[in-house]
Design a protein around this ligand. Structure first.
Ligand code: HEC
Length: 304
């Protein structure tokens, strides 16, 4: 029976390698440290548990029970140390982006809802202490907050600056969440993710080069502060030439039968004229023959 082990061993090691060769799920550095903007209170965690049972339990099972779906790679049980080792930012990123059989949820759940799920999953970690992201306090700015938007052509970035008035002085607003949108025919399209202003009150987004704009590449852009409860509806609308120049082509320009004569192909004109002539020719030929029969009849009648 020793030979059988020799036969099986390569397969065993192969499988072993396959399981472990599963590469680490790398999360971009700037995303690892991202924190929830709100505290994971009981009601938030309860909200998260609802999202979890609707969206995640089918694969990940009930946390702590190991009753997850046997997929490849295995969905991790959220109650395990392996799962809980992820930072808040890493869980948020993995749930947003997905990988392989793990679906991307960024178009299914809002950022708020994903954070609620993260909050819920942390109830399975006794050692967890939450760190909340500091947010800009509007009250400090006396209610006057404004946004400015510009195109940095050399780096091809769109820069948004948030400013407020404090102690009678205009000052940059730090840690405010900014979203950038482009007007499309049906609603707005959000570009990139929301970003947080730096100490100079600045965020930069990559210009959406591949998006078609008008004939000169103009796009209508809107930047707004996400936290509307705190900032009210603060936004700035600008038209910038950051998209691709796009000249709309009329659908009926070249190839329509109902179009003006110059645009119809010659063969079509010829074929059409010819078939009309043939049809009328046949009609006249038949009429001519009938007339002939009539004439012959008249001649015979006059003779008798
Ligand atoms: C269709 C099945 C499926 C659903 C639904 C699903 N997951 Fe997953 N999840 C997976 C699989 C499979 C993996 C392993 C992916 C990999 O490592 O490539 C995974 C991995 C993860 C990871 C990464 C774990 C780690 O340590 O790297 C997180 C976090 C996660 N899922 C959270 C969630 C959350 C939260 C939801 C619900 C909002 C969810 N998943 C819904 C299948 C699923």
């Amino acid at each position: 029976m020793r030979w059988s082990l020799h036969l099986i061993l390569p397969f065993l090691t192969f499988n072993f390698l396959q399981l472990n060769g599963q590469e680490n799920w790398e999360v971009p550095e700037e995303r690892q440290g991202r924190l929830s903007p709100f505290e994971f209170s009981d009601s938030i965690q309860q909200q998260g548990s609802i999202h979890y049972s609707v969206n995640c339990a089918s694969c990940h099972g009930t946390p702590g029970q190991g009753n997850f779906e046997r997929l490849d790679p295995l969905p991790v049980d959220p109650a395990t140390a392996e799962f809980q080792e992820n930072t808040d930012g890493e869980i948020f990123y993995k749930v947003s982006e997905g990988r392989g059989l793990m679906p991307s949820f960024k178009n299914v759940l809002s950022a708020q809802e994903i954070w609620e799920v993260v909050g819920y999953l942390r109830t399975y970690n006794a050692d967890y202490v939450q760190e909340v992201r500091p947010t800009a306090e509007l009250s400090a700015y006396g209610g006057t907050v404004e946004l400015l938007m510009a195109h940095l052509t050399d780096q091809n970035k769109i820069q948004v600056v948030a400013k407020g008035t404090r102690h009678g002085e205009t000052q940059p607003i730090e840690a405010a969440e900014v979203a950038l949108r482009v007007k499309r025919y049906f609603g707005d399209l959000q570009l990139d993710e929301t970003k947080f202003t730096n100490p100079q009150g600045i965020v930069e987004f990559d210009a959406p080069q591949e998006l078609p704009g008008d004939e000169s590449g103009h796009l209508e852009l809107t930047a707004h502060l996400v936290n509307q409860e705190m900032f009210g509806i603060t936004q700035v609308d600008t038209t910038l030439a950051v998209g691709q120049a796009f000249v709309p082509v009329s659908l009926t320009r070249d190839r329509a039968m109902w179009n003006v004569v110059q645009k119809a192909p010659i063969w079509l004109l010829l074929a059409y004229t010819l078939s009309v002539l043939i049809a009328w020719g046949i009609i006249f030929y038949i009429l001519f023959q009938i007339k002939k029969i009539f004439d012959i009849g008249a001649e015979l009648e006059s003779k008798s």
